[in-house]
Design a protein around this ligand. Structure first.
Ligand SMILES: Nc1ncnc2c1ncn2[C@@H]1O[C@H](COP(=O)(O)OP(=O)(O)O)[C@@H](O)[C@H]1O
Ligand SMILES: [Mg+2]
Length: 366
């Protein structure tokens, strides 16, 4: 079932929680709303569920305007961060609750509950109370309760945020599998870019109530629409450098960052000139900063000397904080790379991977 936000705005007094938000979610799609705390994600989800009324705009579900319909007539199921299970009821009764309210025959309820419990691997805890479950089990009970209603869309508001790191990773995989099996439309809210990147067919990035970009995870990573998205996506974050655009002989161009000039590829140079930018912000992902000794100079957009400040080993890779001419940046190097805190080394920035942004509005070139 498709879902559409059509120029939706929401004000709470002085706060613009959502501003002219338009988004189409296709039938069966897993759409993630991603952004920092307070950017309007929950508000968008609650408006879709019918728990909040938009100040302006409309919401359509399966092509029908539901803006004025109460929640129970929208046929969507919401899974919240805190699960909101009934503590005095067994897991079985928690899952069956909504079905009993709808006066569905007992035998059918039983079959539906057991099927959902089997799918989510909680069949062995149906007799327990929520208090006797782990966080991950509780989370699956909440999912099962939403699932048995056979909604036309699942709305999930940070459903993994109460789980520890290992369980979160497991449950992420389970949700991906569950979605593949059910093929139901999902609108999933999170501030966690890893969840967004791994689970979303597409990601909608929000900041301060405004949609910044919608796209597939890889597109968002490789071609962020602006500085906000570029900085928000990717861990460690991109490093940014600002400088004037200067022409060079032979039709090239350099972003003349003091002590760290970046040579642009001819196509990028031409595009930056064409856009009429005087100054440019260069964005570099940590995986594109490498040790210069490993690297032919002609493949480098820039080379520079830097002091190694901190080396964090993640086992399979190193995150290396560098300081060059007072500027901080982070490189991601292979495990075992010969670097140590306190050393000064030469680094290179790989050609062909620079992202260019306009400094005032943050728009990316291209
Ligand atoms: N019921 C409310 N009354 C007043 N302000 C609210 C209410 N709900 C949300 N807000 C404000 O709207 C903004 C967006 O909130 P929310 O949608 O909860 O963000 P997110 O889920 O992305 O963290 C925040 O500034 C928040 O304080
Ligand atoms: Mg929220």
């Amino acid at each position: 079932m498709s879902v559409r936000f059509d120029h939706v705005s929401k004000r709470f007094g002085d706060v613009e929680a959502l501003v002219d938000f338009t988004l189409d979610v296709a039938d069966g799609e897993f759409m993630v709303l991603l952004g920092p705390s307070g950017c309007g994600k929950t508000t968008a989800l609650r408006i879709l569920a019918g728990l909040e009324e938009p100040t302006a705009g409309a919401v359509t579900i399966a092509g029908r305007d539901v803006t004025d319909l109460p929640p129970r007539q929208r046929d969507v199921a919401m899974v919240f961060q805190n699960y909101a299970l009934y503590p005095h009821m067994s897991v079985y009764d928690n899952i069956a609750f909504g079905l009993r309210m709808r006066r569905i025959p007992r035998r059918e309820i039983d079959r539906t509950v057991r099927e959902a419990a089997a799918t989510l691997a909680i069949a062995d805890v149906l007799a327990r109370k929520p208090g006797a479950l782990s966080g991950g089990q509780r989370q699956r009970v909440a999912l099962a309760r939403a699932m048995v209603r056979r909604p036309r869309a699942f709305l999930m508001d940070e459903p993994l945020s109460n789980l520890d790191a290992k369980l979160r990773a497991q449950t992420r995989v389970e949700l991906i599998r569950l979605h593949r099996q059910l093929q139901t439309t999902v609108v999933y809210v999170t501030h966690d870019q890893v969840e967004a990147m791994t689970m979303g067919h597409r990601i909608a990035v929000l900041e301060r109530g405004r949609l910044q970009q919608v796209g597939e995870p890889r597109e968002i990573y490789e071609r962020p629409a602006n500085l906000f998205v570029a900085e928000f996506i990717g861990s460690p974050s991109m490093s940014f450098f600002r400088g004037p655009l200067r022409q060079t002989d032979g039709g090239g161009a350099v972003v003349d960052v003091p002590h760290l000039p970046f040579a642009l590829d001819p196509a990028q140079a031409a595009a930056a000139r064409g856009a009429g930018w005087a100054e440019v912000v260069v964005g570099v992902r940590p995986e594109h900063i490498v040790l210069a000794e490993d690297f032919g100079e002609r493949y480098a957009a820039a080379t520079f000397e830097a002091d190694i400040d901190v080396v964090e080993s993640l086992g399979n890779e190193l995150h290396v904080s560098l300081i060059s001419q007072g500027r901080g940046m982070v490189a991601r190097l292979p495990a075992g790379a010969p670097v140590a805190a306190g050393e000064a080394r030469r680094f290179a920035v790989a050609r062909g991977h620079l992202l260019l942004f306009e400094p005032e509005h943050g728009t990316r070139l291209g």
